[in-house]
Design a protein around this ligand. Structure first.
Ligand code: CA
Length: 150
């Protein structure tokens, strides 16, 4: 009962919300009848509908990050050598892979591995005038975490 067909036009419509949890592929028998002919005239066919998976779950970072409180607090010492590893942040996605990590910052104090997200790294020796930093993990959607400093 996932689909309905208009008996006059033959248009097939979705009758219920589709989910691949219910069916991945649906096979329907189609019968068309010419009711103007004196003898019954019918044609038959098969309609196969494939339900394609939709990427509808955005990436999530590990706790203590949550959607409502998308924050990590980092405590770092100043005067870190360039290249120092300051933190590791990995996002998980239940229905797709992570395509890219992006760091949003004022200036160039930090860098991050765009593919793994791991390794928030110092790219300048001194951290002065720190502003909150945003790290985003992208699949086809997007999600961001914020960093605060102390
Ligand atoms: Ca996803």
């Amino acid at each position: 009962d996932l689909f309905s067909v208009d008996p006059k036009s033959g248009w097939v419509s979705v009758a219920k919300p589709l989910s691949r949890d219910i069916a991945v592929s649906v096979k329907l028998s189609i019968v068309v009848t010419d009711n103007t002919a004196p003898m019954l005239q019918q044609g038959m066919g098969t309609l196969i509908i494939s339900i394609i998976d939709v990427n509808d779950i955005p990436p999530e970072f590990e706790p203590p990050w949550t959607r409502d409180e998308p924050n990590y607090l980092l405590e770092i010492e100043e005067e870190q050598p360039i290249g120092s590893l300051l933190g590791k942040f990995t996002a998980l996605d239940k229905d797709s892979s992570i395509a890219l990590y992006v760091l949003e910052q004022d200036g160039d104090m930090f860098s991050v591995n765009n593919i793994t997200g791991k390794g928030l790294v110092a790219s300048r020796p001194a951290f002065d005038n720190l502003n909150p930093l945003n790290l985003g993990a992208f699949d086809s959607g997007e999600f961001w975490i914020n960093f605060d400093y102390s």
